[in-house]
Design a protein around this ligand. Structure first.
Ligand SMILES: O=C(O)c1cc(=O)[nH]c(=O)n1[C@@H]1O[C@H](COP(=O)(O)O)[C@@H](O)[C@H]1O
Length: 232
């Protein structure tokens, strides 16, 4: 579906029917859906196909990280499946990212957006040091995001805290996809540094990954519309 919905709902279910029951309660005109490693590993491409057939844009969040040839083939498989967005780890390197982007060229306007993961929000400075990286997470995110842009990618996943600096340095067309979003008053769960949907958009986010505040709502469509209304 071609629309400007900014909310990407994270479908984190270990049961396919529960996910499909939820999906029937929200409109593909008002959101897109993110399918990650858990659901893909349990339910596979057939599950993704069902969501697409229901009219949803799907972000296939498998964070590919492998040699360039393998990643190019993996993103090709994602394009064949018909997903709207797919991602790779920027730390796979510029050659890997370039090859992945080139593999999608033949799909023209139907190619999925190709997004890079920079530094996972679960990594702190000490953990980066253990990996031999002597930068702060923030510096390393900026470094990898620039590398992703220079390699031709369409954007990055980052925290909303990093969005404003990345928007300034990498320009308005480079898409920023941000998790860790909580509507005012919502339960934070295990997210530590959160922003409201409106704050994240104002900071420069293009797409907001939101899971539990919508999936666990009594009325998911109403919650989604409330969020969308704050973004106008
Ligand atoms: O890659 C992600 O989507 C992701 C990256 C990250 O750094 N932090 C993060 O929370 N996520 C995902 O974003 C979603 C957030 O879900 P909620 O915390 O329920 O809104 C989950 O699917 C997380 O796995």
């Amino acid at each position: 579906m071609n629309h400007d919905a900014k909310v990407l709902i994270a479908l984190d279910y270990a049961n396919e029917q529960s996910a499909l029951d939820f999906v029937k309660r929200v409109s593909p005109a008002d959101c897109r859906l993110k399918v990650g490693k858990e659901m893909f590993t349990y339910f596979g491409p057939q599950f993704v196909k069902k969501l697409i057939d229901l009219g949803f844009d799907v972000f296939l969040d498998l964070k590919f990280h492998d040699i360039p040839n393998t990643v190019a083939k993996a993103v090709t498989a994602a394009a064949e499946l018909g997903v709207w967005m797919v991602n790779v780890h920027a730390s796979g390197g510029p050659e890997m990212m370039r090859k992945a982007k080139e593999a999608l060229e033949k799909y023209g306007d139907d190619a999925p957006l190709l997004i890079a993961v920079t530094i996972l929000t679960s990594m702190d400075e000490a953990e980066l040091k253990r990996l031999g990286v002597d930068k702060t997470p923030n510096e390393q995110v900026q470094f990898l995001a620039k590398l992703a842009k220079d390699s031709g990618l369409d954007g990055v996943v980052c925290s909303a805290q990093e969005a404003s600096i990345l928007k300034q340095t990498l320009g308005k067309d480079f898409k920023l996809v941000t998790p860790g979003i909580r509507p005012a008053g919502a339960d934070k769960g295990d997210q530590k540094r959160v922003m409201t949907p409106r704050e994240a958009i104002d900071a420069g986010s293009d797409y907001l990954v939101i899971g539990r505040p919508i999936t666990q709502s009594q009325n998911p469509q109403a919650t989604l519309i409330e969020i969308n209304n704050t973004l106008r």
